[in-house]
Design a binder for this molecule. Sequence first.
Ligand SMILES: [Zn+2]
Length: 57
Amino acid sequence: MNRVWHDAHPMPKNANRQQRIEWHIAHAEACGCRDMPESVKRALADNQQADTTKKPS
Ligand SMILES: [Zn+2]
């Protein structure tokens, strides 16, 4: 567990969906102490689909 990262990045108390997603993205890159919840993975996939349909690169 990356304790330094966790100390610097506490999950906001009343985090909304977007904040949770962003937290888990950053967390997955910095630390692997726990898996992304399925709900976050699904939201991430939805976001990526939405992004690619809006502006294909
Ligand atoms: Zn962690």
